[in-house]
Design a protein around this ligand. Structure first.
Ligand SMILES: C[S@@+](CC[C@H](N)C(=O)[O-])C[C@H]1O[C@@H](n2cnc3c(N)ncnc32)[C@H](O)[C@@H]1O
Length: 213
């Protein structure tokens, strides 16, 4: 979606995607990523998710990118961190301790901004991307992370029942997008919480994507 759309959602506090606790599937299945303290996880389209704090709490270096600057600043504030702020091209980089968040457009991010990435955690990022932009999103994600392994958490529902975002990204779409680069395993699917669950009987799905040799 374009930036104006998302900035309006943040301005008007229409952020139903924001969860009040770290994502349950992340907490339950995080060990499948086999990360050790000190490794780096990249969180595209990160919002102000509490997942960021939870991942920091695992001793990981956490890097994210989000359009909305206030959301980025809120993550540091709630962790009691005073970030160093710098500018790189169109992006604003906030960094403190093990946490680095970029405010700006994911598509303006280059591999050099991130440095080595050990894993990607995508929760409600791919499902936020317009269907016609998904292939460009996944190609860019693979490019900037050198095709890192990934935990992907999204939704599968009948798209005729609701307009996205979040868009439905069923298994065949996950496979079409990532089968050339990753082995794909469905870790768990469960009834989605909240409005999307009530309205569309949506399934929330957690996928493990492991780079092909
Ligand atoms: C559905 S929300 C998910 C946020 C977060 N992952 C979570 O679980 O709460 C999608 C987020 O992506 C951001 N976003 C969308 N497109 C973006 C882009 N091209 N670059 C940076 N952020 C973007 C939006 O501002 C929004 O906060």
């Amino acid at each position: 979606m374009d930036q104006d759309f998302w900035q309006a959602r943040w301005r008007e506090n229409r952020i139903g995607f924001h969860e009040a606790a770290p994502n349950a599937l992340l907490v339950k299945h995080f060990s499948r990523l086999e990360l050790a303290a000190g490794q780096t996880v990249f969180v595209p389209l990160c919002g102000k998710a509490l997942d960021l704090d939870w991942l920091c709490g695992q001793g990981l270096r956490v890097t994210g990118i989000e359009f909305n600057q206030n959301a980025v600043e809120e993550v540091f504030a709630r962790q009691g961190l005073k970030p160093e702020v710098s500018h790189t091209g169109s992006l604003t980089r906030y960094q403190a301790g093990r946490l680095t968040l970029f405010a700006g457009d994911f598509f303006a991010l280059a591999a050099g901004h991130l440095g080595p990435v050990d894993a990607v955690y995508d929760r409600a990022a791919l499902v936020a991307v317009k269907p016609q932009d998904r292939a460009v999103y996944t190609a860019h994600l693979n490019q900037v992370t050198h095709t890192a392994k990934q935990m992907l958490i999204g939704f599968d529902y009948d798209q005729t029942l609701m307009e996205g975002p979040p868009f439905s990204v069923p298994g065949e779409t996950v496979r079409a997008l990532y089968r050339d680069t990753h082995a794909i395993t469905l870790i768990e699917e469960r009834a989605a919480d909240g409005r999307i669950g009530e309205r569309c009987n949506a399934l929330e799905q957690a996928w493990l994507l492991e780079p092909l040799p």
